[in-house]
Design a protein. Structure first.
Lengths: 203, 203
DNA sequence: TATCATATCCCCTAAAATGGGGATTTTTTA
DNA sequence: TAAAAAATCCCCATTTTAGGGGATATGATA
């Protein structure tokens, strides 16, 4: 019996983490070929030439992209998806064939990958969660990030405070982010608002 | 001209991160020797034989150990301390000659180390943090920015919730910033906390 | 046409924050 | 050493948020 080469893609913006994973992979006794991706979009391009066995995705690339990940599942039935859990945000484990954290040992990590690769059968649970915020939700988020109270946001948008609260519920449901500061960072990173737009002095 | 060998110690429990750092170090054109430490206590042992130039410390090893780190500063005047700023916890930047995050490029990281090594004694002034907040107020602010409730901050700092509220009053009085998001931006811009340290999932 | 996503509105309770008073003890510093 | 600053603690009333239920109307779309 021979071990065939395992093709692994890594989508991980942190160079340190990415290097660490590669280093551990290369130290293992598996025959592994690693490709680094900078973005989810690069997957199609890469898969034109190669057949990836495993795609490792950073949690930083997961938030609010469930739909894209589901699409990948559909397009590449035999591609195993492994999530890196940073502990910073909730990652939807149902979407992945396996996850690991930065604090797991290299043994654990290698075992996870080789086990997954052996039994290539997947549980494609359809936990549905919508991503992307609607325009109105973004409006409310901007208000939140600017430190406005629900009442003030309601006045600003000329809607009822109840509507604002509804939107907020949807925002937290969609993003899994509950704290003001988390949402601030989220809004900045998603370019929903820029730092310059934030009024520090607001209530 | 020859570059003298740089001795670097790494205190980083995450194998992935540690491997990544080493990998990046080895890829650089610097002459570097790396030692892995499993605990702060191992430093004395290691320094019996070698003279470390730089000690890289994971934020996981920093929390609640400020005193020990200060002691190291005193014992090893020429040892540069570099903190890995890496999510979930707050690291006291004043204690370090430099910090980097998991998301910094390898270039940044290498430059930081070689720059530090060249001018062995710079930063203290650079890190001049005069933002008017006391240490305790910063602690509370970090908690706020991480979306913790007053109660949770109180538990974290082992003080009464009333004390937390008092500190918060002082923070808003000093900064004039009342909103969570404003304080988040403030804390980031004043380098009291880095984006990576903010736990988006917290309440 | 029937369903879905969106946007709007409302009720409820419990928890948390806000903002106004204070006070005492410990640590720093002039 | 005495004064100042920091850190700790407490009470009060009011406002705001969190999270759980809902409902209705509209426009797109499958």
């Amino acid at each position: 019996m021979h071990n065939s080469l395992i093709y692994i893609g890594i989508l991980e913006p942190s160079q340190i983490v990415s290097e660490g994973i590669q280093s551990i992979l290369f130290q293992s006794d598996k025959a592994i070929k690693v490709y680094r991706l900078n973005d989810l979009e690069e997957l199609d391009e890469l898969c034109e030439d190669k057949t990836l066995d495993i795609l490792i995705i950073s949690s930083l690339q997961i938030v609010n992209r469930e739909k894209e990940i589901k699409k990948i599942r559909k397009s590449y039935h035999n591609l195993l998806l492994v999530g890196i859990d940073y502990g910073l945000m909730q990652i939807p484990t149902e979407l992945f064939d396996g996850t690991f954290t930065l604090y797991d040992s290299s043994e654990y990590f290698i075992n996870l990958l080789s086990l997954l690769n052996k039994n290539k059968k997947v549980n494609k649970t359809d936990i549905s969660d919508e991503n992307g915020l609607t325009e109105r939700e973004k409006d409310v988020l901007k208000g939140m990030v600017n430190g406005l109270s629900n009442k003030e946001i309601a006045d600003l948008l000329n809607i009822s405070i109840h509507t604002v609260i509804s939107h907020r519920k949807n925002i937290t449901a969609k993003t899994g982010i509950r704290s003001q500061s988390g949402l601030t960072i989220y809004a900045i990173s998603k370019k929903i608002i820029s730092i310059e737009e934030i009024d520090l002095t607001n209530h």
